[in-house]
Write a protein that binds this ligand. Structure first.
Ligand code: DAH
Length: 466
C-alpha cells in the first residue's frame, strides 16, 4: 500500500478559499510582506514551551494591514485557527539561505538560462484568494471534495487560504502574462505526522483527481484505515505556465496540444536533470481538472520512484475565459518541501519552519549540494486518548484541536484502535506523539498538553471521552 501511495504524492490540489476584506486587498498583486517577531534561534527552547508561535495581531498584505480578526473569526463560515494565522507570511521561499529559497532560486536559474529570462516571476501574491480564483477559475467542479470545510481553510464563505498556486493562473493570464512562475505558501486542512514524507496525504489528495467518484471513495478508504495520516497544512508550491501562439506549433506540423505536451515534457525533464543530475525518469498519466492531457513526472532516486510534479496541457476553457483565444498552454505544479527534503537530506518537514541555528546555519545561498547533518533529536513521548465519536467527527478536526494546543510539538496523531459496540457506538483511540526538535520536554509539560487536548477535544468536538 505504501508503494502505491508513494506514486501519487504531492498533488492535492485540494482545498482552499474570499470576503469583504478581499475587496479591499483584492487578491492578485497584493504584495505580501510580513515581519516576523520570532526570528532568533531557539536552541534553548525558551520561546514556546507549548510549541506554538506567538500569535500576531496583524500583518501586512499588499500594503494593507490585515488584523488577526479579519482572518480568524468565531463564525461558522470561518475555520482558520490561530496556529495557521501565525504562519501566514513566513515566506520561506524568500530566504536565500534556506533550503526552500535555495531550491526556488535553482529553478529560477534553469528557466532564466533556458528561456532567456522570459518567465515572469511572482513570489509574493497574497495567499488569501476568492473561492472563484481557487476553484471556479481552474474548473474545479462545484461538488468537488476539495471545496469542503474539512479540506480547505475558509475565511468566510467566499474567501479561502489558497490551496494551490494554480489559483493565480487566470488572473495572470488576464493581465497578459504568457510565461510565468508563481511561488507561494498553500494551505490544506489535514492530519498530523512528522517524520515521513506526506505520502498518505498526497494519495488522498490525488485520489480527488483520479476520476471521481470512485477514487474519492478509495481515498477515503485508505485514509480511514491507514494508521498514519500526514501533515501538510502549509506547503510551499511553485506553478509554471507557458502560452504558445499558433505560429509556434504550426511550423512543426503537429497539432497545438501535442506540440505543447512535447515541449512541456522536454522542459520538465531538463528541470529534473538540472536539480537531480542524470536520473532515470518516467511519465505517468494523471487527472487534474485544469489540464488535459495531464501527467506526473517521477524520477528514480535512492532506489525508489518518486513523484516530482504534476502538469499538463491547459484546458482550452481556461485560456478562452481569460483572453487567450487561439492559444495553447502548458502548466505544472510542484511541492518545494518534498523536493528539498530529498535534495538536502532533510528528514522532518517541521525542520523547514525551525529557527534553530543548528538547522538554519547549515545552508548557504546558491549551494544545492549540501546535505543536512542531523543534530541530536530528543525522544518522543506518547499519550493515548479514547472517545466515542459522533457523526460530525473528522480526523482533520481532531488534529486541528491537537495542533491548537501543542503546535509543532505534536509530531503525529495515529489511530491505534477502532471498534463499534452493540449499541452502534464507535470508539476511536488515538496515540499522540509529542516531540520537540529543539529541547527535551518534561513530564509535567507533556501531561499539561495532554490535559488541555483532552479538555478541548471534549468541548470542541462534542465527543465523549472514555
Ligand atoms: N495544483 C496542483 C496541486 O496543488 C498541482 C498542479 C498539477 C498544478 C498539474 C498544475 C498542473 O498547473 O498542471 O496539487
Amino acid at each position: 500500500m505504501t508503494m502505491a501511495m508513494s506514486i501519487a504524492q504531492f498533488t492535492f490540489f485540494s482545498r482552499a478559499t474570499s470576503s469583504s476584506f478581499l475587496n479591499r486587498t483584492n487578491a492578485r498583486f497584493n504584495r505580501f510582506t510580513f515581519s516576523t517577531p520570532f526570528s532568533t534561534a531557539d536552541a534553548t527552547c525558551t520561546r514556546k514551551k507549548n510549541g506554538r508561535l506567538p500569535v500576531l495581531s496583524a500583518l501586512e498584505l499588499g500594503g494593507v494591514k490585515i488584523a488577526r480578526d479579519d482572518v480568524v473569526r468565531d463564525d461558522p463560515t470561518n475555520n482558520v485557527p490561530d496556529s495557521i494565522f501565525s504562519k501566514l507570511g513566513m515566506q520561506l521561499h524568500k530566504r536565500n539561505q534556506h533550503p526552500i529559497g535555495i531550491l526556488k532560486n535553482a529553478i529560477y536559474e534553469y528557466f532564466d538560462a533556458n528561456y532567456s529570462n522570459k518567465f515572469d516571476k511572482f513570489d509574493d501574491l497574497c495567499p488569501l484568494v476568492s473561492v472563484k480564483q481557487n476553484f471556479d477559475d481552474v474548473l474545479v467542479p462545484a461538488d468537488h471534495i476539495s471545496r469542503s470545510y474539512n479540506d480547505t481553510y475558509y475565511v468566510d464563505s467566499q474567501t479561502v487560504l489558497r490551496c494551490h498556486t494554480s489559483a493565480h493562473q487566470a488572473e495572470l493570464l488576464r493581465d497578459g502574462h504568457t510565461h510565468f512562475l508563481v511561488t507561494g505558501d498553500v494551505y490544506r486542512r489535514d492530519s498530523i505526522d512528522s517524520t515521513h514524507y506526506p505520502v498518505f496525504h498526497q494519495v488522498f489528495v490525488a485520489s480527488h483527481y483520479l476520476q471521481p467518484p470512485n477514487f474519492f471513495f478509495l481515498g477515503f478508504f485508505l485514509r480511514f484505515w491507514s494508521i498514519h495520516s500526514y501533515t501538510l497544512l502549509l506547503e510551499m508550491q511553485m506553478e509554471g505556465f507557458r502560452v504558445f501562439s499558433p505560429e509556434e506549433w504550426e511550423a512543426s506540423g503537429l497539432d497545438g496540444t501535442s506540440y505543447a505536451a512535447g515541449d512541456l515534457k522536454k522542459c520538465l525533464e531538463g528541470l529534473a536533470r538540472h536539480l537531480f543530475g542524470a536520473v532515470e525518469m518516467r511519465w505517468i498519466d494523471a487527472y487534474f481538472p485544469f489540464t488535459n492531457p495531464s501527467f506526473e513526472l517521477e524520477i528514480y532516486f535512492q532506489e525508489k520512484w518518486m513523484e516530482v510534479l504534476g502538469c499538463g496541457v491547459t484546458e482550452q476553457e481556461i485560456l478562452r475565459n481569460n483572453g487567450q483565444l487561439d492559444s495553447v498552454a502548458w502548466a505544472f505544479g510542484l511541492g518545494l518541501e518534498r523536493l528539498a527534503m530529498v535534495l538536502f537530506d532533510i528528514p522532518d518537514i517541521r525542520l523547514f519552519w525551525s529557527n534553530d541555528e543548528r538547522f538554519t546555519s547549515q545552508f548557504t545561498k546558491g549551494k544545492m549540494g549540501i546535505k543536512f547533518k542531523p543534530f541530536s533529536k530528543f525522544p518522543p513521548c506518547f499519550k493515548d486518548m479514547s472517545f466515542w465519536i459522533n457523526e460530525s467527527f473528522t480526523e482533520n478536526n481532531l488534529c486541528e484541536v491537537v495542533r491548537g494546543v501543542a503546535g509543532d510539538l505534536a509530531e503525529e496523531v495515529q489511530l491505534i484502535d477502532n471498534f463499534t459496540n452493540k449499541k452502534g457506538m464507535t470508539s476511536h483511540c488515538y496515540r499522540i506523539a509529542y516531540r520537540s526538535m529543539e529541547c527535551s520536554l518534561t513530564d509535567e509539560e507533556i501531561n499539561e498538553l495532554q490535559r488541555k487536548v483532552r479538555e478541548q477535544v471534549e468541548t470542541k468536538l462534542n465527543v465523549e471521552l472514555r
